[in-house]
Design a protein around this ligand. Structure first.
Ligand SMILES: [Zn+2]
Length: 451
């Protein structure tokens, strides 16, 4: 089955046809490194990871770029608050982001671009927009994009220029805003005292870039004028992605992105996560409720990426239990098989249907219960599925934890067997079973698992 993906631009599921068969170009809006990323942010990165793994599963090469926003309103505000210079402050949270990424089995993007490394490219793009009439310098010295000049403004978010209020002639210097107050937005922000030490002296004057231009400039620089897929959370559709399209297409004259893909919100107790409501979780907070990063990842896969998902402690812990059961089942299986063709085909049908992970997970459990499939075949098939799931089942670290007393009994049993004392060996086996564990003798010695 051909890969089908939902394109926010058309609001339809489309056959995926990349610009070049050789390599898919993929851009993901990355974190703003002013704090630990929260679990809602990670829903977006796990979604992009599943997409990328699905592309690999279909035999595509992928060139993936993710930006690190290390300069914007929030990074400046909070670095000043903490009395740190911007670089030192953002490097700390960039490092934390990479650690969290690894604990979630998210494959690293091939290229990470830090916004502060691309100031010349941003300036160049803004100069182009001024020269072809889409941008202008305001009396405050900042440069703004003239949204009325770009007739297609709103094509992603279905925002209508004609709905702009008659008096909406103001300009926005803020990075984030709602559709209701759409106005000309800042490409380059002239320095003001809130920026402190943070500024660049450029042909556009003393100042810093707006948030939206960062992604446009970095995507064009690293991946070319037109790319295949751009991902992010639904909250980025407006204004961020709408503005990215406006800037890029007016600067290059070409279609910026062929497929726009967005994941839905992660809610906590059916509410939007926010610090003021006290329902705000970073990945690190999940440890306190005994949920591992991969338990969280498993939970995300149980929902369609285009549906909102509601976080409750109970459902998260349920996912953690299911993941542990999966590890235990995997540890029972034998080596040396090859993946089952019927199951892998069905699996591909599900994931190629706009990343249908809930059905693919259900298929995995069906496989594990299927008595007509040999143990070694199950293991090979599971490992094949895991290329997309990324649940860490192939990692040493997932060896189940066996209590010390059971380990001691097993060691005694091994000794008894080496002495050919089979009567004692059987007694020890019964004792192990009384603890809820079963012992099997294999070529590589004893194997202990839960009953
Ligand atoms: Zn972006």
């Amino acid at each position: 089955m051909l890969l089908k993906l939902y394109n926010t631009l058309s609001r339809e599921i489309e056959d995926f046809k990349p610009n070049s068969e050789k390599e898919v170009t993929l851009y993901t809006c990355g974190p703003t490194v002013y704090n630990y990323a929260h679990i809602g942010n990670f829903r977006a990165y796990v979604f992009a990871d599943i997409l990328k793994r699905t592309l690999f599963y279909n035999g595509f090469n992928v060139k993936h770029v993710m930006n690190i926003t290390d300069i914007d309103d929030k990074t400046i505000r909070d670095s000043i608050k903490e009395g740190k210079n911007l670089k030192e402050f953002t490097e700390f949270y960039t490092k934390a982001f990479y650690e969290d990424r690894d604990s979630l089995e998210i494959m690293p993007a091939g290229i990470y671009t830090k916004a502060t490394d691309f100031i010349p490219q941003m300036v160049k793009m803004i100069e182009k927009l001024i020269s072809n009439g889409y941008a202008y310098k305001g009396e405050d010295g900042s440069v703004y994009f003239d949204i009325r000049k770009y007739k297609e403004y709103g094509k992603l978010s279905r925002f209508k220029l004609s709905d702009l209020k008659e008096n909406a002639d103001g300009r926005l210097k803020k990075d984030e805003y709602e559709k209701e107050n759409a106005q000309d937005f800042a490409l380059w922000k002239a320095w003001d005292e809130n920026d402190g030490e943070v500024f660049w002296e450029t042909a556009l004057g003393k100042g810093r870039p707006g948030w939206h231009i960062e992604c446009s400039a970095m995507s064009v620089e690293e991946l070319g004028d037109s790319i295949d897929i751009h991902t992010g959370g639904v909250d980025l559709i407006f204004p961020h992605h709408e503005n990215e399209i406006a800037q890029s297409e007016c600067a290059t004259g070409k279609e910026f992105v062929k497929y726009w893909m967005h994941n839905e919100h992660l809610l906590v107790d059916n509410k939007k996560m926010s610090k003021s409501l006290g329902n705000y979780y970073s990945l690190r907070d999940l440890e306190k409720i005994n949920v591992s990063p991969l338990g969280f990842r498993y939970w995300l896969l149980t929902a369609d990426y285009r549906s909102p998902i509601n976080f409750t402690i109970e459902t998260l812990q349920g996912a953690e239990t299911a993941l542990k059961r999966l590890y235990e089942a995997y540890n029972e299986l034998e080596d040396g098989g090859i993946a089952d063709a019927t199951y892998t085909q069905e699996f591909k049908n599900y994931i190629n249907d706009d990343l249908g992970t809930p059905k693919a997970l259900a298929l995995m459990w069906k496989l594990l219960k299927d008595e007509n499939v040999a143990s070694a075949t199950k293991k090979a098939t599971l490992l094949d599925f895991n290329k997309v799931f990324g649940l860490g089942i192939d990692k040493e670290k997932i060896e189940i934890e066996i209590p010390d007393e059971v380990v001691k009994l097993a060691q005694d049993r091994e000794y008894a067997r080496s002495q050919k004392d089979f009567a004692l060996s059987d007694i020890l086996r019964a004792k192990i079973e009384a603890h809820g564990y079963i012992v099997k003798d294999t070529d590589k010695g004893q194997k202990i698992s839960k009953i």
